[in-house]
Design a protein around this ligand. Structure first.
Ligand code: GLA
Length: 583
């Protein structure tokens, strides 16, 4: 048995790292997140939405009987009273064809009485009705999508009494519209119906926090689909709470969430996890649920409520853990300590106390310590265990959870009621947004979103100086295999210039292609395309006129010359990519 004590030194390193990269430090910020800049419909989700969604357990296999059984179970299990209000029917509720008027209709075999009847049933149980659609011409299950039918679909949903819409993005690259444009259309037609309906962006984490998801929606996915294993759960958690989707300087996406708009690392797999050992399974379920509460993630249960065990029910309905998620201050929690697989998260609450999660993501038993310094406290502080609902006593300077095993975790509330505690300082917009007059090197900014391999700043991927035709470039990015990353922008920019080439050190035959987009993939607004390049291709310069853009996405895509499949070895460089703003 290996015991490991998390030491203060790691915190010092984390903070030093944070300050080095972003200038972030703990400051006094007593006010709740300012809602002045939130759209007026932020009231639709002042705290992270809670409910149940059919996909994680039933997938396509839903019907009237199953959904009604879930609605009944939401009430009888105490889920509704614990705060879960939305019952959301995911993909595959609809018929393969629209009706003669072009309206969506229920699958006649699964839901013979139609969707309004299901909605009425859901409402009769004191619950709210959620439904799934896709913004392209077909859904992820190849059923009719909303593209070209946005107005009639929103009107149909309103007529059925829908309260929540999960709007997916499979095939949306065929829409020819930017994501921000697509979702603005839905928001407009939702508002036209006069029915308040939550809009949940489902887009595999395509940077809604950069291109302005909160202008139209209350929540947006931060990553790919969650699966029923802890590797996937932690991966999804790190799309929102870690650096899977953004530059490490941000320490997760916490600064992009607040009352009315939320980062969504995907729906819960609590109760679906396939882990043999009962004790480890219970720890894993708690770790998953506690983490989602700390991250102010939407709490959409995804297990079969009609057959849930008591242990799972107790986890999903734990009142003091849910209270952390639903805290009205709406601060998304963030990491204050990382040492390998041991993590500490902090979520300052409205009442002046703070919620802390000590989490062992690894397989070896360990002790984890939270020091008051990590969470903006000092001296003697009361500590309460939120799972056990028990005061643990008064502790000076720190608290150690002993012997946390695989997925072992402790969720605490620390401190006394009073003035709200400080949060970490967000990365200021000018560090990730092109705002300056004159020349801005993109490598002086943090990317605010990425997919695939992270680019290396001001070096090749292998860590060497960037060189093209004997000339060394101080600024730029080194990329490997596939790299996609995005910078937030403003209209204040005239040109984007730079040079691309395969990295000198790459001597293989495979190809690399560089592309620059306005916004994300879905809009396919390619501003520049290098075409396929090999090690023998001369470097290519780009000089693009920018007009009315809100973010720029740079991609490098390495392909195997023989079969066109992804090549894992190709290296490329963006040399001195820079934006020029004339006035
Ligand atoms: C996508 C979404 C999932 C689910 C399925 C349904 O994969 O990300 O959450 O809605 O589609 O087909």
């Amino acid at each position: 048995m290996v015991k490991k004590i998390a030491q203060n030194i790691s915190l010092a390193l984390l903070i030093a790292f944070c300050i080095l990269l972003s200038g972030c430090e703990l400051t006094q910020n007593n006010s709740f997140i300012n809602q002045a800049d939130s759209p007026s419909y932020a009231y639709l989700a002042p705290t992270p939405p809670m409910g149940w969604n059919s996909w994680n357990f039933f997938a396509k296999d839903i019907d009237e009987a199953k959904i009604k059984a879930v609605a009944d179970a939401m009430v009888s299990s105490g889920m509704r009273d614990a705060g879960y209000q939305y019952l959301v029917l995911d993909d595959a509720w609809m018929a393969a064809e629209r009706d003669d008027n072009g309206a969506l209709q229920a699958d006649p075999v699964k839901f013979p009485k139609g969707m309004k009847e299901i909605g009425d049933y859901i409402h009769s149980k004191g619950l709210k009705f959620g439904i799934y659609e896709d913004r392209a011409y077909r859904t992820c299950q190849s059923l009719p999508g909303s593209f070209g039918h946005e107005q009639i679909d929103m009107a149909t949903f309103a007529a059925w009494g829908v309260d929540y819409i999960k709007m997916d993005s499979c095939s949306a690259e065929g829409n020819g519209r930017l994501s921000s444009e697509d979702y603005a259309i839905f928001r407009k037609y939702i508002e036209e119906t006069g029915r308040p309906m939550v809009l949940s962006i489902s887009d595999f984490g395509n940077a809604a926090w950069v291109w302005g998801g909160k202008e139209t929606s209350q929540l947006w996915r931060t990553g790919w689909d969650i699966r029923s294993n802890m590797h996937s759960v932690y991966n999804c958690g790190d799309t929102s709470g870690g650096s899977n989707r953004t530059h490490p300087a941000f320490n997760g996406l916490w600064q992009f969430a607040g009352p009315g708009y939320w980062n969504d690392p995907d729906m819960l797999q609590v109760g679906n996890l396939k882990i043999e050992d009962e004790k480890v399974r219970a720890s894993a379920n708690k770790a998953h649920f506690g983490l989602w509460c700390m991250l102010a993630a939407p709490l959409m249960a995804g297990n079969n409520l009609a057959e849930m065990t008591e242990t799972v029910r107790d986890i999903l309905t734990a009142p003091e853990v849910i209270a952390v998620s639903q805290d009205k201050r709406g601060v998304q929690g963030y990491k204050v300590f990382v040492d390998g697989k041991l993590e500490v998260y902090n979520k300052p609450l409205a009442d002046g106390t703070t919620a802390v999660l000590l989490l062992n993501k690894g397989g070896e038993e360990a002790d984890i310590t939270v020091t008051w310094e990590m969470i903006g406290l000092s001296g003697k502080q009361p500590v309460r265990d939120l799972w056990q609902r028990k005061d643990l006593g008064i502790f000076k300077d720190s608290f150690t959870a002993k012997g946390l095993g695989e997925h072992g975790n402790t969720m605490l509330k620390i401190g006394r009621k009073g003035k709200p505690l400080p949060t970490a300082t967000p990365v200021p917009p000018e560090k990730y947004t092109i705002t300056r007059k004159g020349v801005t090197s993109l490598s002086d900014l943090y990317y605010a979103w990425r997919d695939n391999n992270a680019p290396v700043y001001n070096k090749t991927f292998g860590g060497n100086p960037i060189k093209i035709d004997g000339k060394t470039f101080e600024k730029g990015f080194g990329c490997k295999s596939k790299a996609t990353f995005m910078f937030a922008g403003t209209e204040r920019a005239d040109r984007l210039m730079g040079t691309v080439a395969l990295d000198e050190s790459y001597q293989g035959e495979n190809e690399g292609r560089f592309r620059i987009y306005h916004e994300d993939y879905f809009g396919n607004r390619v501003l520049w395309d290098s075409g396929k390049m090999t090690k023998d291709s001369p470097a290519k310069e780009f000089d693009i006129e920018l007009d009315n853009y809100n973010c720029l996405m740079l991609t490098f895509d390495g392909r195997n010359i023989k079969d066109g499949k992804r090549a894992n070895d190709v290296l490329g460089v963006f040399a001195d990519p820079r934006v020029i703003a004339d006035d």
